[in-house]
Design a protein around this ligand. Structure first.
Ligand code: ASP
Length: 415
């Protein structure tokens, strides 16, 4: 029976790969000459997913917008989804601030560690020196080719929305032709996802070997309480999502979890919402049966700007470092922290580890020396995996909720 289950359930094979990967990293010494070979399947897997991100984002957003049917219908999604994203992010940050203020993990840190803090090995230069108006201007895809080259997701989503609106406004024979090309692009991209999922169990094995070997188990032990706060916060956020799924999307919470499992596991093992997006699109279509106008629009947009796990993590890390450095935040400063973290999580690219880099800009705002990042760097990888899982879950929850709100009479999708 278990063997049969392994044959029929992809998620189980992926889970087995994950467990074996952790065990291998801990117990089997891998010779240096072999390490590149061991991580090759993981790198190939991520490369396959990344390869289709640009065509998939563009075709999905354009088709998602166009399938709204009219500009008015599009507005109906837009005016709901943006406040929804901001609300859930604010809830995530509040949970993070709450837990860290109650548990106070920063006060438990051995002060002798402080001497060992070294400057972080992260490059924050790309994020510095830009004023808010410049950042706003930067989201306009002035050069679409450059946006594709840089895989600038936000610019690609904006480009997709603009082309989609144009398609809604210009109804000619040519529009239909373009639509057909985009449908094929989307289908072909999804086919690549299916192929990638075939090697997912082996890929996840090698991604876990890579992650655990680079973390070092001793670094994890000293920071246990801080990590516990992040993980507890993420868990609470997951419960919030399940309540939203039950109450707003009117779906079975367990059915929803089962439906999105593949995306969660890929999010966990790749630490990248962008790389996971193709898998999220797949589960939204095949398992959750969401309407195209919703999944095509909300998932790429969510993967880009809706990062509740990252926001929660950044809030916990910021408060933790305040405690470590003896900085008391007033109510006003905490509010500023909340607002800057909302902005920062929106601006965080959906890539591994960048939540930590963006955190540096938040810390500056509340007077924490950015060197503090050195303290949390060692355990970032594991937390990144967990927060990315929540980011991915948040996007799928948002899609399920919007699907119910905007297609209330069509219950075919309910799991
Ligand atoms: N890795 C996260 C993501 O892709 C972003 C981060 O928090 O570093 O969703």
């Amino acid at each position: 029976m278990p063997l049969n289950m392994l044959k029929t359930h992809l998620w189980l094979r992926i889970l087995v790969g994950m467990v074996l990967g952790v065990a291998c990293a801990v117990y089997v010494p891998i010779p240096d000459a072999m390490i590149d070979w061991v991580i090759l399947p993981g790198d190939i897997f991520i490369a396959m997913l990344k390869m289709i991100i640009v065509p998939l984002v563009l075709s999905s957003v354009v088709l998602g917008v166009a399938s709204a049917g009219s500009i008015d219908a599009l507005k109906r999604v837009g005016i709901r989804i943006i406040p929804y994203f901001i609300m859930t992010t604010a809830v995530a940050i509040t949970i993070g601030i709450g837990i860290t203020s109650i548990v106070k993990p920063g006060l438990l840190i051995d002060q002798s560690l402080m001497g060992e803090i070294s400057a972080p090995a992260v490059d924050t230069s790309a994020l510095e020196g830009l004023s808010v108006p410049q950042r706003i201007l930067n989201i306009i895809p002035v050069n679409p080719a450059e946006a594709q080259l840089n895989k600038d997701m936000l610019q690609l989503v904006i480009l997709g929305i603009i082309v989609g609106i144009a398609m809604l406004s210009i109804r000619t024979k040519a529009t239909k032709t373009v639509e057909n090309v985009l449908v094929f692009t989307q289908d072909a991209s999804m086919m690549v996802v299916n192929w990638a999922m075939w090697i997912a169990p082996v890929a996840v094995f090698s991604l876990m070997v890579k992650a655990i070997s680079s973390m070092g188990l001793s670094a994890i032990a000293g920071m246990g309480v801080y990590m516990g706060c992040v993980l507890a916060g993420l868990l609470i956020m997951m419960l919030v999502y399940l309540v939203l799924v039950r109450v707003l999307a009117q779906r079975s919470a367990l059915g929803f979890l089962a439906g999105i499992r593949d995306a969660q596991i890929v999010g966990f093992s790749t630490s990248s919402s962008a790389a996971t997006m193709p898998v999220s699109m797949r589960v939204a279509e095949e398992n959750l049966h969401l309407h195209e106008d919703i999944r095509g629009f909300v998932i790429p947009l969510g993967a880009t700007i809706n990062m509740d796990g990252t926001a929660l993590y950044q809030a916990v890390a910021a408060i933790f470092l305040c405690q470590v450095f003896g900085i008391d935040l007033t109510m006003g400063e905490t509010l500023i922290l909340l607002l800057t973290t909302i902005g920062a999580s929106i601006g965080t690219p959906a890539l591994p580890g960048v939540g930590l880099i963006v955190l540096a800009t938040i810390l500056g705002g509340i007077g924490v020396p950015p060197e503090g990042i050195g303290l949390i760097l060692g355990v970032d990888r594991l937390l990144d995996m967990c927060r990315t899982t929540i980011n991915v879950t948040g996007d799928l929850t948002a899609s399920a909720v919007m699907d119910r709100l905007l297609h209330p009479d069509d219950v075919k999708g309910a799991v």
